[in-house]
Design a protein around this ligand. Structure first.
Ligand SMILES: O=C1O[C@H](COP(=O)(O)O)[C@@H](O)[C@H](O)[C@H]1O
Length: 249
């Protein structure tokens, strides 16, 4: 059983990023108070990067024990290490390089010039094995918060509408090819893996997202709008700006 979606609408994209960063800091602090540790799945994309910038700017970040946070990614653009378009590169530049994290607890997906070479299936399988090694159920860790972006056509992580990834029911991580948004080759968590998270937060802003959101909340299937299938065990939270939410009733 997963949680029904809740929606929070912020006035503009700056407030969306700042409010999401504030929530995330509180969630990490709460998780550490309860268990001493926290796990966060990072997202790429404009909103995800803006959230990381706001997080770094917040004085509350000093209330977090960053050495006791596990960082994962929901998806990765399958490009060489250090490529500026990699979600990992952007997250390191925006946030991770500036925090006293434990580098052994940053779990990036393999690049296209990594130990598996230009083989996204091997990179996906390696990430699946990494997740399994960290999981109580031998499959996927229970992430405290899974951050996800939403694309204009309704993709989330790198699960695109009508693509093979959206039909995946057993694997936790898959290679994704022929993506409509560049780069064409990616590695992504699947919806079943995402749904193991305690909380899933879908972050997006701008009028270009309004049609996809109207479809997601208007009964579209996850095959049509994959973001509609991203849900958390205890909370599914859509954090939107006014422009993105404009066509929601
Ligand atoms: O390519 C990607 O795009 C989505 C959404 O990005 P945005 O710029 O429209 O916010 C993102 O969620 C995903 O992680 C990323 O790889």
């Amino acid at each position: 059983m997963t949680a029904a979606p809740q929606v929070v609408v912020l006035a503009n994209s700056e407030l969306l990023a700042a409010a999401t960063a504030a929530r995330l800091l509180t969630s990490v602090i709460d998780a550490q108070a309860a268990r001493g540790t926290a796990s966060v799945v990072l997202t790429g994309g404009r909103t995800g990067n803006a959230v990381m910038a706001q997080l770094l700017a917040s004085p509350v970040k000093d209330a977090v024990d960053w050495s006791n946070v596990d960082f994962y990614w929901g998806d990765e653009r399958f490009l060489p290490a250090g490529d500026p378009e990699r979600n990992e590169t952007q997250a390191r530049e925006a946030l991770l390089d500036h925090l006293p994290i434990d580098p052994t607890r940053v779990y990036a997906m393999e690049p296209s010039d990594g130990k598996f070479g230009d083989d996204p299936d091997a990179a996906a399988e390696a990430y699946a094995q990494l997740l399994a090694s960290k999981a109580d159920d031998g499959q996927v860790p229970v992430f405290d918060v899974c951050l996800l972006g939403v694309g204009e056509e309704g993709h989330t992580a790198s699960i695109f509408p009508e693509s093979p990834a959206v039909y995946e029911t057993s694997r936790t991580v898959v290679a994704v090819r022929d993506c409509p948004k560049p780069p064409p080759t990616r590695v992504s968590l699947t919806l079943p893996a995402i749904r193991r998270s305690t909380e899933v937060w879908l972050l997006t802003g701008g009028e270009a997202k309004a049609d996809a959101l109207a479809m997601a909340f208007g009964g579209a299937t996850e095959v049509e709008i994959p973001a509609a299938g991203a849900r958390g065990q205890q909370r599914t939270l859509w954090l939107l700006d006014k422009a993105a939410a404009a066509k929601l009733s």
